[in-house]
Design a binder for this molecule. Structure first.
Ligand code: FPP
Length: 258
């Protein structure tokens, strides 16, 4: 229904082909801050919740594009540890929306070989949502296509603290020495263990900040910002960001050509 009203369409198959970028220049891991649902809704004279619903449609199309491009990981910021400060009606709405989204879309994602994972303090969500999340993760656990990582009740500082606590406990138990805590071992205890570092962060809606998203994983990420609000962020915008990324030179602290 939303597609009909707002005229959104999935990426035409040949548009992905048009991208024509050497595979090795594509990002392995794209992380998206889906911002501007509220502003988009306000601009159209709608309630903020209408913006979040329209945001779900955008997410559907962007995941499809990631599938077309055979990206390794798409991570999206759905709800931060700070978002609890929003009016409780909006928080309740978002929790119901996430549940509905899984109900509606998990079968299709599974058929498209997507592997969904959730990061953040998932255990503090509503019992209904926890059950939905665990069901979706278990349904898709053996899939080998795009890793679709959804950050819910997620904060980068919180993730780093939880990881440090886990490693500290191991040190206390004698299972680990302090010297064994290295960037490499730390990474294996983060929520994103098994996933490669973020190559490209996309943030919609004009703000240029990270907002506590994937602080560790974005150490060497490239950034792409757009004024476009998330509900208006079309597959073509996503492709524009990827194309821009593919043209960049990444040095990881080194020197060009060395
Ligand atoms: C930011 O816009 C958006 C959110 C906090 C919620 C993100 C949720 C969706 C895009 C819905 C789809 C997600 C899933 C996982 C089904 P905002 O409300 O901060 O907008 P504003 O900055 O204009 O107020």
């Amino acid at each position: 229904m939303w597609k009909k009203i707002f005229g959104k369409a999935p990426l035409p198959k040949n548009e992905a082909a048009l991208l024509d970028i050497e595979r090795s220049r594509l990002p392995r891991h794209v992380a998206v801050i889906m911002d501007g649902n509220g502003r988009w809704a306000k601009g159209q004279g709608f309630l903020r919740t209408v913006g979040h619903r329209a945001g779900v449609d955008t997410l559907h199309d962007i995941l499809d594009t990631a599938i077309d491009l055979k990206l390794e990981v798409l991570t999206v910021y759905a709800f931060s540890t700070e978002n609890w400060k929003r009016p409780h009606e909006e928080v309740d709405f978002l929790m119901r929306l996430f549940s509905e989204y899984l109900d509606k879309e998990e079968r299709e994602m599974h058929e498209k070989n997507v592997r969904i994972r959730f990061i953040g303090r998932v255990d503090e969500l509503t019992p209904e949502l926890i059950q939905r999340v665990r069901h979706a993760e278990s349904l898709m656990k053996d899939n080998t296509g795009v890793n679709f990582c959804v950050a819910v009740n997620y904060g980068g500082q919180d993730e780093i603290c939880r990881t440090a606590q886990e490693l500290a406990r191991k040190v206390q138990e004698g299972a680990l020495s302090p010297e064994e805590i290295t960037p490499e071992s730390f990474e294996t205890a983060l929520d994103t263990k098994e996933l490669p570092p973020v190559d490209l962060v996309i943030r919609t809606s004009g703000d240029m900040r990270l907002s506590n998203f994937l602080l560790w994983q974005t150490a060497y990420a490239e950034f792409w910002f757009t004024e476009t609000n998330w509900p208006d962020f079309k597959p073509a915008c996503f492709l524009e960001a990827i194309r821009d990324y593919a043209g960049r030179e990444r040095r990881f602290g080194g020197i060009k050509g060395k």
